[in-house]
Design a binder for this molecule. Structure first.
Ligand code: NAD
Length: 423
């Protein structure tokens, strides 16, 4: 997707490619490695004909991008959004390859999408669309091939319909084909909150290294869906004040802090966080310029442009969303000493617990919640510290994002070489 901002024209796919290229150069690897990784192994684009409630057929465009499977089967969510396109899907699949490598889960990278505004569909239409998407993609998916999960505007119910359709096609139950399923269909306890839990652990560790006490800190969160809401909730449980949040319809600000659960209930009732009792309306620009310690982007890509970055006062940005910072925005934040914990580390809690779900599906043996929680926490803390330490060991100018890409690329390139793919 190409986004026009005041000074930057950002193509998300080119951004993802640029990050890979930079890491290849920083590690002094041959061009062959970049040639392999600059584009997906496969992009499937298809028309998905769906019978609408009025009896008419509407054809939606669906995508699945399979970027790289050197480290394991392709893995990545399915997004339903009116603005998605092939480039955005390819970019997100590149991010997944690197995210899985950073988290040290044995998966490659993939991503799926349907160009649709799900809010315009009835539940029955949404179900037919989800099943038809699976019918179109089933030949390239599977627990050992490519494993989808929820992403923006998709949830456990959508995953249930898709999994059920896959099982019908295969004529047997094969729940490991998708993660993020409801519990009774082989879902994993804690998957719904996993991404935000992981983001919270990343925030907690970043606060530690920056000597910020969470119980005295103030945070602002962009996006109030799965990641944004739970990130706000976990921060608040650690006594951090949530002073600003927004969603696609507007924002709410209260310097005394807001209760995340009450905000969520208000959003469920009214469809927006805007107008939350006791708060003032704010714009996205005002949210990012907020006088606070921690910013959590948890909406979409390319939100923190150079112009926005120049206004940031927070000391830490922890990227719950995928690709929320543009390359120029990144440079400005780095120059201004803001610690940016990159998406491929900060939101990897989701894919980590997806990995736990997949392992349990394959074994047909399910772990208690405390075990999942402990293992997620351990994996996130490990990942934060080996990337943070790597970033500190590199030159002054190396950002945590660059360190994360280099760390992942090193693993990927070594494995690809061992497999005889280059060199
Ligand atoms: P979601 O659909 O549950 O929520 C998205 C939220 O962002 C909604 O509140 C929406 O209103 C808001 N939003 C959309 N456009 C906005 C804008 N311009 N300004 C402010 N708010 C806006 O989606 P989610 O699952 O929470 O995903 C959010 C981000 O996190 C995405 O980038 C996604 O790829 C990433 N992510 C999600 C997961 C996961 O497990 N859900 C895992 C990894 C990464």
């Amino acid at each position: 997707m190409e986004t026009q901002t005041t000074k930057e024209k950002v193509n998300t796919y080119q951004v993802a490619q640029g990050r890979v290229k930079r890491a290849v150069e920083q590690l002094d690897l041959p061009d062959d490695v970049y040639e392999w990784l600059k584009s997906p192994d496969r992009l499937v684009e298809c028309g998905i004909p769906v019978e609408m409630d009025n009896g008419k057929i509407r054809v939606f465009t669906g995508y699945r991008s399979q970027h790289n499977n050197a480290l394991g089967p392709y893995k990545g969510g399915i997004r339903f959004h009116p603005d998605v396109d092939a480039d955005e899907t390819k970019a997100l699949s590149i991010w997944m390859t690197f995210k899985c490598a950073v988290a040290r889960v044995p998966f490659g990278g993939g991503k799926g999408a349907v160009k649709v505004n799900p809010r315009e569909l009835s539940m029955k239409e949404l179900e037919r669309l989800s099943r038809k998407y699976m019918q179109a993609m089933a030949p390239i998916l599977g627990p050992e091939k490519d494993i989808p999960a929820p992403d923006v505007n998709t949830n456990a119910q959508v995953m249930a319909w898709m999994t059920d359709e896959y099982c019908k096609i295969k004529q047997h139950n094969d729940f490991g084909v998708i993660t993020g399923k409801p519990l009774d269909m082989g879902g994993c306890v804690g998957r719904e909150t996993a991404t935000a839990k992981g983001t919270f652990y990343a925030i907690r560790e970043a606060a530690r290294v920056k000597n910020i006490a969470l119980n005295e800190a103030q945070a602002a969160v962009q996006g109030y869906g799965n990641v944004g809401y739970y990130a706000a909730l976990f921060l608040n449980q650690a006594e951090c004040k949530i002073i600003a949040v927004n969603d696609s319809t507007g924002g709410a600000y209260n310097p005394n802090g807001m209760d995340p659960t009450a905000l969520k209930e208000y959003k469920n009732e009214t469809g927006s966080v805007k107008g939350f009792p006791g708060s003032d309306n704010i714009t996205t620009e005002e949210l990012y310029a907020m006088d606070c310690d921690i910013l959590v982007p948890a909406a979409l890509e390319n939100q923190i442009t150079a112009d926005i970055a120049r206004t940031v006062k927070a000391k830490i940005i922890v990227e719950g969303a995928n690709g929320p910072t543009t390359p120029v925005g990144d440079m400005v934040l780095n120059d201004n000493g803001v610690l940016v914990v990159p998406d491929i580390l900060a939101n990897s809690g989701g894919v980590i617990v997806s990995y736990f779900e997949w392992v349990q599906n394959n074994y047909n043996y399910y772990w208690p919640e405390a075990q999942i929680e402990d293992r997620l926490q351990q994996k996130m803390m490990d990942a934060f510290h080996y990337i943070y330490d790597y970033h500190c060991d590199c030159s002054d100018k190396t950002t945590m994002r660059e360190a994360a890409f280099m760390y992942a690329l090193k693993r990927l390139a070594d494995t690809m070489k061992t497999r005889g793919w280059w060199g």
